[in-house]
Design a protein around this ligand. Structure first.
Ligand code: PEP
Ligand code: MG
Length: 315
């Protein structure tokens, strides 16, 4: 047993029965990427690009973007990097793409929706990504935030492919996209669940509102149902479904996510060893059983309790 646990503390993510689950990191600046590049991981599951766009009056130039993206891709040469296109709006207003006065910014023109009015910003970003990818040895993929419909997913995939980017996905962080995950996934190569926003929108609870923490608990069975719908679509179509929200960094919840059909987990670098360890201590079938227990609960606390009681004691 000691040997098995030691083996699970390092190397690529695997369940106890050898089913691969890619363990990836979230990064949001060049400095974070350089630091995270030194940590053992299979790459970046969420490269947030807002840092380049915030606190300025105009969008960064293509050249400026190429320089930053190249630095991040170089830190992960030989590994995958999933770059998320600009997620402007809501808590990240940017004068060159977002409306100044929206009554409900979280439900407004944010994420991919901003490309309707400012298509040149997204086009420039994809141009920069393609150029930076050409110059480095990373396996670069892109995904769009705040996709609600299959048509939006198809439109984004077509645009990214026009720019020469081979692997294209979208985030599933709007309940509509999770409910219709099969149709969304049909138009792209992969999806990644953004559980922070998916919880906010499923529970109608502002993710910044501390008073609503109980509703925003990622163990909410309603959130798990949306993950299940997405995971089932991925298994049916044979396409990867990742998680890049905070939920992926909770070792017990990570087991549940894998049991729901999730094939990669992206998190803060510091969370990786514990998640790797938890996975290595459970077979995929055990993860499926934990997922069944969680979804059978009536509330978040009950789901967590049931999984804690049934999981290996060291998790
Ligand atoms: C999410 O919504 O879960 C996510 C990963 O994106 P962000 O936290 O940047 O909105
Ligand atoms: Mg989000």
């Amino acid at each position: 047993a000691r040997a098995a646990v030691a083996a699970a503390s390092t190397g690529p993510g695997r369940t106890a029965d050898g089913h691969p689950v890619a363990l990836l990191v979230n990064v949001g600046t060049v400095e974070q990427a350089r630091a995270a590049g030194a940590v053992e991981s299979e790459g970046v599951g969420l490269f947030r690009t807002e840092f380049l766009f915030l606190d300025r009056r105009t969008a960064p130039t293509v050249e400026e973007q190429v320089a930053s993206y190249t630095a991040v891709f170089e830190a992960f040469a030989g590994r995958r990097v999933v770059l998320r296109t600009l997620d402007a709006g809501a808590d990240k207003p940017m004068p060159f793409v977002t409306l100044s006065e929206e009554p409900n910014p979280a439900l407004g023109v944010r994420g991919l929706r901003t490309a309707q009015r400012s298509p040149e910003v997204l086009a420039d970003q994809l141009t920069a990504v393609a150029r930076a990818a050409e110059q480095t040895g990373a396996d670069v993929r892109v995904m769009a935030p705040m996709v609600a419909t299959p048509a939006e997913a198809v439109g984004f995939a077509a645009l990214a492919r026009e720019h020469g980017i081979g692997t294209v996905g979208v985030m599933v962080e709007v309940p509509a996209a999770a409910l219709r995950a099969r149709a969304v996934l049909a138009g792209v190569d992969f999806v990644s669940l953004g559980t922070n926003d998916l919880t906010q929108y499923a529970m109608a609870a502002d993710r910044e509102a501390g008073d609503l923490a109980e509703l925003l608990d990622p163990w909410q069975p309603a959130l798990l149902d949306l993950v299940a719908s997405t995971g089932a679509a991925g298994e049916e179509l044979g396409k990867p479904v990742g998680v890049c929200g905070e939920a992926a960094s909770d070792p017990l919840l990570a087991l549940v996510l894998v049991g729901l059909g999730v094939s990669s987990l992206s998190m803060a670098p510091g969370a990786l060893p514990a998640v790797r360890h938890a996975l290595g201590a459970h077979t995929r079938e055990q993860c499926r059983e934990l997922a069944r227990l969680a979804r059978a609960a009536d509330d978040a606390a009950g789901a967590k309790e049931a999984v804690r009681a049934a999981a290996a004691p060291e998790v």
